[in-house]
Design a protein around this ligand. Structure first.
Ligand code: ARG
Length: 588
């Protein structure tokens, strides 16, 4: 469906043209004086310079034309040359009825669907998920859903950190603790056990213990580095341990991400990219892109217009080991080969921006991607505690994701259990849903690149710009529709009528802005724009709710129309929260 603003703009453009001015001056925007009008057109001011006459004269002439259009109820020229507009109730009614009849609620699907890979989550195997990984998961999931809703083929890849020193550390520590395991028996040639020799809790304890020890004990660290080298070279026993680490870790990660309503299509990791590295480095050398610098192999990626120094992209260290950049370049090679994406979006902490500048430039310069393949870095800021410093536990340690979720759920449960009508099981389930909305909306309502303060009290509040407030509004509508159904009536049967007052019209206009909001949020990869839109929509609905008798409306046609508008509001809100990655309970 054509966007409402585009439709009005076309109408205004026609009026400008009819008066002998260029149509481009007819651009209409939302009014910045909602007390005076709904929309405005400032084209008269710009046109005045070109046509050398007073802006107000142009505005007045155009207004005479606009008055003939059935789209507008009111068109007024005001000094110094603005045009204030109000839409005709019939036009609004027709737009909304068409939107209500459309399964996609007025949103067109992309004409040329693109294949997009989203690299997000990025947890490191064997290390517990902490809140730092939360943002990548939440934002990435939402961008993925936004892209899919727009009609693109979007592939979400978790890109596990499974190729580093942490693997060698775990192997080394395990060897100290359980030297008799077959994995450490060099003469062993049989099959290795299927069952891992540790649980996830043991694994999560082993890694930090090993990490601490390696910092104090040089020989231990060297052993771990040797183990890392050996596992990367394919040492049989160590490979088997690596498989176990992956198996145990991934099972635990899947559980955690499922709790967050986050789902990946691909569970690939850094290790999957390793086989591409030898050919990649050979190509870089052969084609003369890479050269030796202090023993290391590097590719220059600086550009003349740089204002900051962009160091060369390191491909191999002097000892021949590959690096994070090498892995990311090799992953691009793999992705191009297997999926041929039009775009790859990386949802990663913004402190890694320089790394991605180097990787992107290197990939482009050396032809790993095509000229029109887009490489996008969606960097996010830090989630801070109320003290403005990185979010910590009360004891000052790194907050684990599971604990954060459990804390929020407990807080929500406390609030919901106040309602005597809701039993224990339902209250727990509802608390989980509302809790998730608090975490996700609290995060997504901020522009991704900014740092934000995780404020449990504010995020879990049922009032204000919060997830629970949005859910509360949805539940309110569900309850109205439920009562309507209990009267033996079908909410889907009603037609949307003309708005009967200001609050009705305001709600209808807000609903009509849905397609534009989603499109804009996707273009800018900005879920916070969806949040801003639904916050406005929820506020507008609640005003409408307070100022109109809905079920009590005596005129049945009007009542049915108010129900139809409420239903549409619920559908729009539910579509939006699905894009944000959470859902609403039946009641709360
Ligand atoms: N595992 C990395 C980290 O924890 C994030 C991975 C981001 N994605 C990428 N392709 N580099 O910092």
């Amino acid at each position: 469906m054509k966007k409402l603003l585009d439709q009005i703009t076309e109408e205004a453009a026609k009026a400008f043209e009819a008066c002998g001015y260029a149509g481009e001056y007819g651009r209409v925007t939302l009014s910045n004086r909602p007390d005076l009008c709904e929309y405005q057109c400032n084209g008269g001011l710009a046109a005045a310079k070109v046509y050398r006459c007073a802006p107000i004269q142009i505005a007045e002439k155009v207004v005479e034309e606009l008055k003939k259009s059935s789209v507008f109820q009111e068109a007024v020229a005001v000094n110094p040359g603005f045009i204030n507009l109000k839409l005709s109730p019939d036009f609004v009614q027709a737009y909304l009825q068409k939107m209500a009849e459309d399964v996609r609620l007025g949103c067109d699907k992309a004409e040329n669907p693109k294949t997009i890979i989203i690299d997000y989550g990025g947890p490191n195997v064997a290390k517990p998920l902490h809140v730092g990984h939360l943002r990548s998961a939440i934002i990435g999931e939402s961008v993925k859903r936004l892209g899919r809703f727009a009609g693109h083929k979007v592939i979400g890849d978790i890109h596990l950190g499974d190729w580093g020193l942490q693997m060698g550390l775990i192997i080394t520590e395990l060897k100290y603790r359980k030297p008799d395991l077959v994995y450490f028996d060099a003469g062993y040639t049989g099959e290795y056990p299927k069952e891992a020799p540790f649980t996830i809790s043991e694994l999560e304890e082993i890694y930090p213990a090993a990490s601490t020890r390696s910092k104090e004990d040089k020989a231990y660290k060297e052993e771990a580095m040797e183990a890392t080298y050996l596992v990367q070279q394919g040492h049989r026993g160590y490979q088997a341990v690596l498989e176990h680490i992956l198996q145990v870790s991934v099972a635990d990660l899947k559980k955690n991400y499922a709790n967050l309503n986050v789902e990946f299509d691909l569970w690939k990791g850094e290790s999957d990219a390793q086989p591409y590295i030898p050919d990649l480095t050979a190509m870089l050398k052969e084609k003369g892109y890479a050269y030796e610098s202090e023993g290391a192999l590097v590719v220059d990626v600086k550009e003349e217009t740089d204002t900051k120094e962009v160091p060369p992209c390191m491909i191999l260290k002097s000892d021949g080991a590959s690096l994070y950049t090498t892995t990311d370049l090799a992953t691009i090679v793999e992705r191009m080969k297997l999926y041929h994406p039009d775009e790859i979006i990386y949802v990663v902490d913004k402190r890694q921006e320089m790394h991605f500048v180097q990787v992107f430039r290197c990939a482009r310069k050396t032809g790993l991607v095509e000229d029109d393949t887009r490489l996008t870095f969606l960097g996010f800021g830090t989630m801070n505690g109320k003290d403005g410093k990185a979010f910590k536990t009360r004891e000052g340690g790194v907050m684990r994701l599971e604990h954060l979720i459990a804390d929020i759920n407990e807080e929500m449960y406390r609030k919901i259990a106040d309602n005597p009508e809701i039993g224990e099981d339902e209250a727990r389930e509802t608390a989980r849903m509302v809790g998730l909305s608090a975490i996700k909306y609290g995060d997504l309502s901020n522009q991704a690149s900014k740092d934000y303060i995780f404020d449990m009290e504010r995020f879990t509040s049922f009032e204000g710009n919060t997830g629970p407030y949005i859910l509360y509004t949805i539940v309110r509508i569900k309850s109205i529709l439920h009562k309507y159904q209990a009267m033996g009536l079908d909410p889907k049967a009603g037609r949307i009528g003309v708005p009967g007052n200001e609050t009705q019209k305001a709600l209808m206009l807000e609903l009509a802005a849905f397609n534009a909001a989603v499109e804009n949020a996707f273009e800018e990869l900005a879920p916070h724009k969806i949040c801003a839109y639904i916050y406005e929509l929820a506020n507008t609905f609640n005003k409408f709710y307070h100022e109109n008798k809905i079920l009590g409306e005596e005129n049945q046609e009007v009542r049915d129309s108010l129900i139809a508008v409420s239903l549409l509001t619920m559908q729009v809100l539910e579509t939006c929260i699905d894009i944000l990655g959470f859902e609403a309970p039946k009641r709360m």
